[in-house]
Every structure is written in structure tokens, then in C-alpha cells.
Design a protein around this ligand. Structure first.
Ligand SMILES: Nc1ncnc2c1ncn2[C@@H]1O[C@H](COP(=O)(O)OP(=O)(O)OP(=O)(O)O)[C@@H](O)[C@H]1O
Ligand SMILES: [Mg+2]
Length: 381
């Protein structure tokens, strides 16, 4: 089973998982591999490391996919039969463009964009990245003609934040509860009563933020647009649940991310979202087999001298401990998956920050099981 098999017939691939496990690099390597196999692919990355962004030619913030020029990919030894497009998500701009799109006229769009509540919302770090990533995905699905969209996801502390955040923000924008709260005759005013007004008044004098009036203005401005948000939210749900969408969980082999992947996969299943498989990244493969780390020092001392041989052996021992740990964690995950696809990518010698690095990752992602076993054997031999 390779990524190409997992994504056959798919139009959307969402790479989700805990923070720092390799979602951004995996997304780019998957997009590269699918483009090599002839598809027109766009990858939407979120905060890629600067060097990776440079490698893909993403230095300018376009907020639209740009074609990665063939010469950037040339020399890498991989023929690109299709097209690779890439973009870095700009959440604030995506949010603004969404308002431009759903506002009845440019004047109203402008007023909303200047509203304080909107400004806070659209730049809030938590939530708006998730919301805008999904909004961008939907827009590209509707308006562009890519064969495949690969969506990287934000560095959430918890993998589930990604699924929850767009809904939370949409229901805030949909704002039925909030509107009822801030209406002059609404619950908020009734509950807080007259007592609240002086309090809020004092707050606005001290802080300069007139929360109630800003909120009221904001929802006044949104007006009927809230219906559009609800409608869009429903369409986005449909896209995410579609049989042509694939959620690929990315994790490292450490205990916590593995636990989270197990939990995330169960949640995808109970939510009816199309789970495609798990990719365990940065796995330390056991290089020693049955021999003990101590044997290594004995084997090497003749060639390296006792001092150096002891150091190498110590290194081996550390690696060996990691490999055993990874092996146990991956085993635990595999038992949970009941045969669902599980792909392993080894810990590479270097960070993945250029096309050569992506290619190395690509080799593992797109190899058949037999090829993968051979690669691991070659490392061990
Ligand atoms: N198989 C690998 N071997 C070695 N280094 C790797 C491997 N995969 C990823 N890396 C490195 O790990 C770091 C984190 O990867 P990446 O940025 O893709 O993670 P992420 O899940 O997107 O993180 P965040 O949640 O912060 O967005 C990067 O420096 C990347 O180059
Ligand atoms: Mg990332």
C-alpha cells in the first residue's frame, strides 16, 4: 500500500495530526508525488519553515496557488508528468476575501473589515487558521480545476482542534445566540439588566473598548450574510464527508502523538469522516536485529580503536532504545487499526527543507510494501 493507492480517485487529502509531527513536509511530499504521477495538484501549506517555502518558490504571499516551476524540481531525478502548485495560507487575507465574496456590496464589506470585533476575530491565532484553511479548501474545490488538493493543517496542540474550530467560528458568525444576546430587547440585556450597563460603560471608559456596541454593530453589519455562512458551513461539511476526500493522519512514533492519532481516528469514524490511513513519520528502525549494543563495540574496536568504537556503540545503544520504543508504539497503533493502511517513514538524517529532502520522503511514501522492505533491509545491511 502506498500513498498513490490511498489517494486513487480522491480529490481532497487532508493531512491532520498533532503539532510538529511532519504534516507540512508530508503534505508537500505527497503533492510532489501525485504531480509526478500526472495529476494537477495544489498543496495548501500552513506556516512552512522558511527554507521549505523558499525551495518551493513560496516567498511571495499570493494567497493563491502558484505553479512550482519545473526547473525547481528538475535535477531531483523525478519526472513530473503533471503539475505541482503550492501556496502558503494567509488566514487574514482569506478571511477578508471571504467577506468580500459574501457581502452584498463593497461598502458593507469595507465596514465589516474595519469593525473591531471582525479585526479581532480574523487575526485570532486559534481558530481563524483552521477556519480559513477549510474556507480556502472549499473555494479551491469550487473554483479551481485541480485534480487533487492537499491540505496541510495548523499546528494544533490537539489534533481535534482542527475539526472543532471551524464549527465553533461558524456558529459564532451564524450568531443566533449572540444576536439574541445583544439585541436591545435580548436576553443579554434582560439578564444583565440595568446593572450591566454601568459596568460595561465603565469598562468601555477604562479600556476604550465598547464591547456591546461593537458586537451589536458587527452583527448588524453581517445581517443576512449569516445565512450564507450557515449555508457554506453545510456545503463544507458535505465536502469533508465526501467519498472523494481522504483524511490522512500523520503522527510521530512517540507515545503521545500515537495516542492522539488513535483517538483522532476513532473520532473521524464516529463523525463519519473518510479516514484513509495513518502515516507514522520519523520512525527509528531497529538496526541491530538480534545483536546487542555491546556486540557493536567488540565488532568495531579493531577498526576504530577502543575509544571511538565505544562512542559509536553508545550511539547505537541510544538509537536502539528509540527503535524499541517506536516499535512498541507502532505495534500498539497497528493493533487499533485492524488492517487500515499504516505507512512508515523513517527518521531521516536531516531536516526536510528542500526538494531533495521531499524526494527522500517521497520515496518512502510512494514505495510499494516490497520496495519499502527492501529499503529498510538496505539500511540494516
Ligand atoms: N522523516 C523526517 N526525518 C527528519 N526530519 C523530519 C522528517 N519529517 C519532518 N522532519 C522535520 O521535522 C520538522 C517538523 O516538520 P513539519 O514542519 O512538517 O511538522 P508539522 O506537523 O507541520 O509541524 P506544525 O504542527 O508545527 O505545523 C521539520 O524541521 C522537518 O524538516
Ligand atoms: Mg506545519
Amino acid at each position: 500500500m502506498s500513498v498513490a493507492d490511498l489517494l486513487a480517485g480522491k480529490r481532497v487529502c487532508v493531512c491532520a495530526g498533532s503539532g510538529g509531527v511532519g504534516k507540512t513536509t508530508t503534505s508537500a511530499a505527497i503533492a510532489l508525488g501525485m504531480a509526478a504521477r500526472g495529476a494537477k495538484v495544489a498543496v495548501v501549506t500552513i506556516d512552512p519553515a522558511r527554507r521549505l517555502a523558499n525551495a518551493l518558490g513560496l516567498e511571495e504571499l499570493q494567497n493563491e496557488p502558484c505553479r512550482v516551476r519545473d526547473e525547481r524540481l528538475a535535477g531531483a531525478g523525478l519526472e513530473i508528468r503533471g503539475e505541482l502548485w503550492a501556496m502558503m495560507l494567509d488566514p487574514k487575507r482569506t478571511f477578508d476575501e471571504l467577506i468580500d465574496r459574501v457581502a452584498p456590496d463593497p461598502g458593507r464589506a469595507q465596514e465589516i473589515k474595519q469593525n473591531r470585533v471582525y479585526r479581532e476575530l480574523s487575526t485570532a491565532v486559534s481558530g481563524s487558521q483552521e477556519f480559513t484553511a477549510i474556507a480556502k479548501l472549499y473555494e479551491l474545490d469550487q473554483e479551481a480545476d485541480f485534480d487533487l488538493l492537499v491540505l496541510d493543517t495548523p499546528p494544533s496542540r490537539n489534533a481535534m482542534d482542527f475539526l472543532d474550530a471551524p464549527g465553533r467560528l461558524t456558529s459564532f458568525l451564524d450568531g443566533r445566540a449572540m444576536k439574541a444576546f445583544v439585541r436591545p430587547t435580548g436576553v443579554g440585556v434582560r439578564v444583565l439588566g440595568r446593572g450591566a450597563s454601568p459596568l460595561l460603560g465603565a469598562l468601555s471608559r477604562v479600556t476604550g473598548v465598547d464591547l456591546l456596541s461593537d458586537l451589536t454593530t458587527f452583527f448588524g453589519l453581517l445581517g443576512d450574510m449569516t445565512n450564507d455562512f450557515s449555508l457554506r458551513a453545510a456545503q463544507v461539511e458535505r465536502l469533508l464527508h465526501s467519498a472523494t476526500t481522504a483524511f490522512l493522519l500523520v503522527t510521530s512514533a512517540q507515545r503521545e502523538p500515537i495516542d492522539e492519532a488513535i483517538w483522532f481516528r476513532r473520532t473521524l469514524q464516529t463523525s463519519g469522516l473518510p479516514f484513509a490511513g495513518v502515516l507514522v513519520n520519523r520512525v527509528h528502525h531497529d538496526l541491530l536485529g538480534d545483536s546487542e549494543p555491546e556486540d557493536v563495540a567488540a565488532m568495531l574496536s579493531e577498526r576504530l580503536g577502543a575509544g571511538l568504537a565505544a562512542k559509536v556503540a553508545a550511539n547505537f545503544r541510544d538509537y536502539h532504545v528509540l527503535a524499541r520504543r517506536d516499535h512498541n508504539n507502532v505495534g500498539r497503533l497497528a493493533a487499533e487499526l485492524d488492517g487500515s493502511p499504516l505507512l512508515l517513514v523513517p527518521q531521516l538524517d536531516d531536516d526536510v527543507h528542500d526538494v531533495a529532502g521531499l524526494l527522500q520522503m517521497h520515496r518512502y511514501l510512494f514505495a510499494s510494501q516490497a520496495e519499502r522492505d527492501r529499503m529498510i533491509d538496505a539500511v540494516v545491511a
